[in-house]
Ligand binder design. Structure first.
Ligand SMILES: Cc1ncc(COP(=O)(O)O)c(C=O)c1O
Length: 399
């Protein structure tokens, strides 16, 4: 007989203090959103109210922010890269961010610039997009095993794209070294000693989507009780969580950070109370989350304001992709890629689990819960999306 089997490890954060960060605040988020909202094609992405799914799993609301609709780029990531490049140019040419637009920068830039970065796909696509909008160059490095479709999206925006034979974290080091040799500007979404300004701006840029979500929830007259955020290096999770705890108060939000078990550096760090990185190959299907080194800038906030950490199997994300792609009742369909669907997958895995009651209790989920999730990407690897959703790869049942 086949058995429903999905592994979801949940740990409570013993180091929770609720202490907020002055870097990731409502004020900073609104600066970023004001910049983004001046870009051509800006529109808040939908916050989908999955009423039938909420009823099925026994909570009040499941709200999913659909980032596949972000500027036609199929993921949230450009919010960070574009904002960091804008702040960098403001600093270089003494421009006020509150009035800046891409037009301002295009007329201010004196010499051709090259922006360099490492990516699993989405961040590099955002940097390539911003560079193209500004008429500048981008060089994008990707780790080994990167999907050809993700490479094509980047080269399609006029950037040079190089797939290395290294994992993500070693590729970041290679990019840094090569950029230094060539005098390129590195626009990286993780930080290290002496490299904090750009990643701070990137993280602040991500909070635009949280600011939109708060407006959308206010319009529905609801406040989230739970937020589930996925982490690669944790820049998105920290940027968004920092903003949300500033708005709602840390103690009023059951915040959970989720990762694939094959790249669970934030989870391990959460258990230890200090950064505990993962090395080697990280062959998870959640390519956007396949990072082994925690962003040190975001770590203090994740340590102080996250209530729980989750590490789960790839099959969980696959379940989430299928749930969102095949909605119940009148719920809208969301095309969610591997890294986008993990949160919905966890809700599904808990619902079908033999220990459903205990897991719901552990996560503090009940009929009053209003759960905020971010589907951070659409089908950025269409071939794999179909293998999962049509062909049933990574099934929930074993045996
Ligand atoms: C789709 C998607 N979701 C989530 C993340 C995680 O972001 P971070 O690396 O900031 O934790 C990424 C990172 O690239 C991503 O591409």
């Amino acid at each position: 007989m086949s058995v429903f089997s999905l592994k979801v490890d949940i740990v409570d954060n013993q180091f929770y203090t609720g202490e907020k960060s002055p870097l990731f605040t409502r004020e900073e988020a609104q600066k970023a959103r004001s910049f983004h909202s001046k870009l051509n094609g800006y529109q808040p992405t939908p916050l989908c109210d999955l009423t039938a799914l909420a009823k099925e799993i026994g909570v009040k609301k499941v709200l999913v922010k659909d980032e596949s609709k972000r500027f036609g780029l199929n993921a949230f990531k450009m919010l960070g890269g574009a904002y960091a490049i804008a702040r960098l140019l403001c600093e270089k040419y003494n421009i006020d961010i509150s009035t800046a637009t891409f037009d301002t920068f295009r007329s201010a830039i004196k010499e051709k610039m090259t922006f360099a970065t490492t990516t699993d796909g989405n961040h590099g696509r955002g940097v390539a997009w911003a560079a193209q909008q500004l008429g500048q160059n981008a060089v994008v490095y990707m780790p080994k095993g990167s999907a050809q479709e993700r490479v094509d999206h980047i080269t399609g925006l006029g950037a040079e794209c190089i797939v290395t034979d290294m994992n993500y974290d070693d590729t970041v080091r290679l990019t840094m070294k090569t950029a230094q040799e060539h005098g390129w500007e590195v626009v990286q979404d993780t930080s290290w000693e002496g490299y904090t300004k750009i990643p701070t701006w990137i993280m602040q840029g991500y909070s635009t989507m949280a600011d939109e979500a708060v407006d959308q929830m206010n319009a529905m007259n609801v406040k989230p009780t739970h937020v589930f955020l996925q982490a690669g290096v944790g820049a998105m999770a920290a940027g968004v969580l920092g903003y949300l705890v500033d708005v709602y108060g840390s103690d009023n939000l059951h915040s959970v950070i989720m990762e694939p078990e094959l790249a669970n550096c934030v989870f391990r760090s959460g258990v230890k109370g200090e950064i505990d990185n993962v090395s080697g190959d990280m062959p998870t299907i959640m390519a956007g989350l396949a990072c082994g080194e925690v962003n040190p800038l975001g770590w203090p906030l994740m340590r102080s304001c996250t209530k729980q950490f989750i590490s789960c199997q790839d099959k969980v994300a696959a379940l989430g992709m299928r749930i969102l792609g095949n909605p119940l009742g009148n719920d809208p369909r969301i095309i969610s890629g591997e890294s986008g669907a993990i949160g919905t997958g966890i809700l599904g895995a808990v619902h079908y689990h033999a220990q459903r009651k205990q897991l719901m209790e552990k996560l503090g989920l009940n009929a009053d819960s209003i759960v905020l999730l971010i589907s951070t990407e659409g089908d950025t690897d269409v071939k794999h999306y179909r293998e999962v959703v049509w062909e049933g790869r990574h099934p929930c049942f074993e045996g």
